[in-house]
Design a binder for this molecule. Sequence first.
Ligand SMILES: Nc1ncnc2c1ncn2[C@@H]1O[C@H](COP(=O)(O)OP(=O)(O)OP(=O)(O)O)[C@@H](O)[C@H]1O
Ligand SMILES: [Mg+2]
Length: 407
Amino acid sequence: MAIKIDTVIIDSEETSRELIANYLETVDDVNIIQQFKDILAAQDYIIENRPPLVIVDITKKTNISLDVISKLTTLVKNIKIIVLSYETESDIVIKALRAGAREFLVKPLIEKDFIAAVQKMKDLILGNINDTTKCKVITTFSNKGGIGKTSIAVNLAMEIANITKEKVALVDLNMQMGDITTFLNLDPSFDTSYVINNLDRIDETFLLTTLEQYNKTSLYVLADPPDIEQAEIITSEDITTLINILRNVFSYIVIDTTSSFDAKTITALDNSDLILLVSIINLPSIRNCQRCFDLFKKLGYSKDKIKLIINRYMEADDIKIEDVEEVLDHKVFFKIPNNYYTIINSINKGIPICDASPNSNICKSFKQLGALLSDNYSYNNKTSKPQNQREQGFKFLNLFNRNKGDN
Ligand SMILES: Nc1ncnc2c1ncn2[C@@H]1O[C@H](COP(=O)(O)OP(=O)(O)OP(=O)(O)O)[C@@H](O)[C@H]1O
Ligand SMILES: [Mg+2]
């Protein structure tokens, strides 16, 4: 007989509790044992009965709910909590995940996302998957230099580690020209070539001691080899092997690349679950992005695999986001504000942006991006805000159409 997963629902809205119960009926082996309107009323019941799955709406009494969630995840071993909320503020998402929630879903619920989240919890509870098999590989790329790839890779990896507390590997594939160690002021003893030369010795302990742990966090850095001979003997096959072994130990791998379409970079892109294609808003950069999209299409990458990131974004830019989206036929996934002072201050100090300038708009932006790209948060539910209205017929598009044939 299949094991039933005892589940508690906590939601102040009766209609919402009914809806959740209806959705749960479609998932095999989930058994609702109790429903509550209020998390404070539910906490003793949960501590006593130790259900493996709790689904809780935290829209009202958010802070109290987060405190209770934190208490429950400490007291009830292996409990899995799915948090629901009408609030989409990244601060709340981050606090919920830090309190120990495994999933954050934005209300109103989308049935398929909700069921996928429950199914994932069910697989975890039944041991069908363990937490590290879900490793997500995210690579920052642009075929233009100096666009912000390293800034994004470093700060995104740091925030994913901060938010999820899961192990994140940050890998520098800029062979002998990497900047990650400078950005984080590290002087690692080992690098990519050392790992690749010791493939026969690799296990979890080897990796966790060879990659450089950043400041007692769950972020581990794998630097590029500093010397040309070591860099040149690394093959594309080695890159695939490296990513595959890291996948066994880390929940996330963030890869920083060079600005060229060389074989190693393409291998990293092939092996990635998500490519963050970074651009700034100007004509040369957008044109380069178009070339990247053409190549990605030839490489057979799905549109979903590529997330377009606009770096150094300024509201007052002449060229609007809609223009970029129209020209590239791709939605902008995320915008990072232009803030040279904050970034350069963090680089010069050799510490992540949120350590150097915790109140800056850039730090807030990286926390949001980290939350969006961490698996515990259902970002598909987030609808982007409408863009500013503007006058039609802006010259950027005309300019682009005129130049289209030049490629
Ligand atoms: N959001 C931002 N606002 C202002 N300046 C930024 C922003 N992001 C990056 N920069 C600046 O752009 C410069 C290049 O950034 P970064 O090194 O991250 O780019 P890159 O694409 O990795 O460059 P490379 O191709 O040389 O590896 C840095 O000096 C940084 O200060
Ligand atoms: Mg770089």
